[in-house]
Design a protein around this ligand. Structure first.
Ligand code: BDP
Length: 325
């Protein structure tokens, strides 16, 4: 037996006899700006457990919740160069990287959250993920996540666009959202999610906009805002993407497994979301945040020129989205 043959045989014997954990493992770093325990993070942790079990421990997820790896823009950049394997991000900051996805970033595009779910679960959802994968961004779209709808939180109640006059409102990093906020009467300031708490506290911004679970989970509700005014101007799905550099190293079977568990994570996150969204809202109310109902039409009308300007390039797609039941 040559020494190479001997080495190979020994390696095979070891692989057969050693417990999985002692074999070479592929660590998959997964990052999220949301904290541990948030529906997205839990769904991804469970996806990791399934993948680890199905591959006899070859793949292992290492979670980095709470934005420890930086902003979503930075997470996208890290995934593009293969320094991060899975980035869970909002579609908002994906827009500047893959402009095709911006159709979902239009204010008041979806009728309600149920409409958004029907679209992302169906062929259009798949098309948009595939557009990310086919783009030059070096990312593979794995699956969607729910994010409810985004509304304004400020020190005063917002009932009409006039109430936003002179107020600096934090938005996600995408020029479209600055334009949207300006159209609705405020001054849009874009910054990363993790900078928003101190921006609110120090008065760099007067308010921000997000869904109730994030308003609570980020502690922003303790940083000054008193009112949550339910404009529901954006219903943006979130997504998780894999670095293409990582993806290309996987076998076809491994890629199929990742896709299967991604879809399951999408559905599990939704169930977790539905179970917890009421609790988050109740906690905000218990703290004293006042939820304001309002007439959405003036906000819808104020953003109509924006939908016309950006929507024209997606005219056919928007018709299909509108026709989705
Ligand atoms: C939250 C999303 C997160 C975004 C954040 C934001 O879960 O992905 O980063 O909003 O506003 O709802 O930046």
């Amino acid at each position: 037996m040559t020494s190479t043959q001997w080495l190979r045989r020994t390696a095979t014997c070891l692989a057969l006899t050693l417990p999985a954990a002692a074999m070479a493992q592929t660590i998959i770093k997964v990052s999220d700006v949301q904290p541990a325990g948030y529906p997205n993070v839990v769904a991804l942790e469970n996806m990791g457990k399934k993948l680890e079990a199905a591959t006899n421990g070859k793949f292992k997820f290492q979670m980095y919740p709470g934005g420890v790896l930086g902003s979503e823009k930075e997470m996208i950049e890290q995934a593009q160069v293969g320094a991060l394997q899975i980035a869970r991000i909002s579609l908002g900051p994906m827009g500047p990287v893959v402009p095709d996805v911006n159709v979902f970033n239009l204010p008041f595009l979806f009728r309600d959250e149920g409409h958004m779910r029907a679209v992302i679960d169906g062929p259009i959802g798949k098309e948009i993920l595939d557009k990310i994968t086919a783009s030059s961004a070096k990312l593979v779209g794995l699956g969607w996540m729910d994010s409810g709808s985004r509304s304004m939180y400020t020190k005063n109640a917002i009932k009409t666009p006039d109430d936003l006059k002179g107020q600096k409102i934090r938005v996600m990093g995408n020029p479209m959202f600055v334009e949207m906020m300006n159209a609705m009467g405020g001054n849009g300031i874009s910054m990363g999610h993790n900078d928003t708490f101190s921006a609110l506290q120090t008065g760099v911004v007067d308010g921000a906009e997000n869904n109730p679970p994030t308003f609570f989970a980020s502690n922003q509700y303790t940083a000054g805002p008193k009112f949550y005014s339910q404009t529901t101007h954006l219903i943006i799905p979130e997504l998780f993407v894999m670095s293409k550099i990582t993806w290309d190293k996987f076998s076809k079977d491994e890629q199929a497994l990742v896709m299967k568990f991604s879809r399951e994570a999408q559905m599990e996150q939704r169930a977790l979301w539905d179970k917890s969204v009421g609790d988050y809202t109740a906690k905000l109310k218990a703290y004293g945040i006042q939820f304001v109902t309002l007439d959405k039409k003036p906000f819808y009308d104020a953003t109509a020129p924006m939908r016309a300007k950006y929507g024209s390039q997606y005219a056919d797609l928007i018709k299909r989205i509108e026709a989705t039941k």
